[in-house]
Design a protein around this ligand. Structure first.
Ligand code: GLA
Length: 384
């Protein structure tokens, strides 16, 4: 892949490259819509992701080209003029702008050829991958004194302020810090984390893309976030807490009537229960209890469907078809929802049969063709 992209760089920019980089996509196993509520998440990096072939320039031009959007050609900006255009360039430009605003010394332009093999807009963090990748390139090209955790935080800031999605920190953290064959248990309140080996003996992680684009996801995402913030403020009239993630299930149940609206109560319930589920799921995994882990994945989907209401017809059709199959230990939507992908743990010997049956049922129900990926767990951002 690298050699091919280097040759493309030469063709597109008519120059030799200086360096090459890669950042993965991520899949979240459990702990959905809890990162911005101060809870625990459990994502892992993938071996698919975003590549960048880069050359440092002597002037102040920023020239970007994506193999995924070839028809747009080379898009040109300058260090002084980084404009949001509501397209893929917002991610690298937003990252660069955030670094500049923070005072990092970046005084030359550069050419980048990008290529991503993560399906975009599918809940596998193609955007975070592009943001963190750009941050990593800036660190490397300009020898910036910045740790990965800081790149992660600036990437989230770029998405919040430049792109305009009020996301939590999970995706940027996962793609920056991922480790081969490990998932990351991340407490989004404290940013404490630990790697957990995924011992799946005879099982695999299967991702199914509904091929239903997320559509209005960004505005609905911000709406969910606001509902949770309001619910938190209502709970804070009595409770001394900084986030929903600090609440046990019992404490939530005792105090939920402080939340004056039924919908907001359901949103907060999801956040609190999902957080507890994540801890239980990680514990089950450490006890080699994959069955329990799978059941918790299923419960997570139900909560996202009924209480958080971010699944919808396509994700539900895919997950329901998965639940009916022999060899599926657990299945749920992953990422922001409203479309995109599901994640499941499946027994290897049934995998072909599962893909065949689920694919058929999904198409019958929705008219769309799903795509299935048996994924491997890969490393975080790096030079290649
Ligand atoms: C998106 C956001 C994350 C997280 C998930 C839902 O992927 O970028 O911060 O909130 O949705 O868990």
């Amino acid at each position: 892949m690298k050699e091919q992209l280097i040759a493309r760089f030469k063709e597109v920019f008519n120059k030799n490259y200086t360096k090459a980089y890669f950042t993965p996509g991520r899949v979240n196993l459990i702990g959905e819509h809890v990162d911005y509520n101060g809870g625990c998440v459990f994502p892992c990096g993938l071996t698919i992701g975003t590549y960048a072939i880069v050359r440092l320039r002597e002037d102040n031009k920023i020239r970007l080209f994506s193999e995924n959007f070839k028809e747009s050609g080379i898009l040109e900006f300058t260090l002084e003029k980084l404009i949001k255009e509501n397209k893929w360039t917002d991610y690298p430009l937003g990252e660069l702008k955030t670094f500049l605003d923070e005072g990092y010394k970046i005084d030359n332009g550069f050419d980048i050829l990008f290529f991503g093999n993560i399906p975009n807009g599918a809940g596998l963090s193609s955007s975070a991958s592009l943001e963190v990748l750009t941050g990593f390139i800036l660190k490397s090209l300009f020898s910036l004194d910045i740790e990965m955790i800081e790149i992660v935080k600036l990437s989230q800031k770029a998405e919040n302020l430049f792109v305009g999605v009020d996301c939590g920190i999970m995706d940027q953290f996962a793609v920056g810090m991922a480790k081969k064959d490990k998932a990351i248990l991340l407490d989004c309140n404290t940013l404490d984390y630990r790697y957990v080996t995924l011992k799946l003996d005879n099982h695999s992680i299967l991702i199914a893309n509904t091929n239903k684009r997320r559509g209005l996801a960004d505005s609905a995402y911000n709406e969910r976030r606001n509902e949770c913030d309001t619910a938190l403020a209502e709970l804070q009239t009595k409770l001394d807490i900084k986030s929903l993630g600090e609440l046990s299930i019992e404490k939530f149940e005792e105090n939920k009537n402080l939340i004056k609206d039924e919908i907001r109560q359901k949103r907060a319930k999801h956040a609190v229960y999902e957080n507890a589920r994540t801890e239980r799921a990680v514990k089950a995994l450490s006890q080699n209890n994959l069955k329990e882990f799978g059941l918790l994945m299923n419960e997570s989907h139900i909560s996202l469907r009924d209480d958080y209401e971010v699944t919808g017809l396509y994700l539900d059709a895919m997950v329901e078809a998965l639940w009916e199959e022999e060899g599926v230990v657990g299945a749920r939507m992953t990422g922001a929802g409203f479309g995109g992908c599901t994640v499941s743990i499946v027994e290897d010997k049934f995998i072909d049969q599962i893909i065949k049956n689920v694919g058929k049922k999904y198409t019958e129900k929705t008219g769309l063709t799903g795509k299935f990926y048996k994924v491997k767990i890969g490393e975080g951002a790096r030079e290649i």
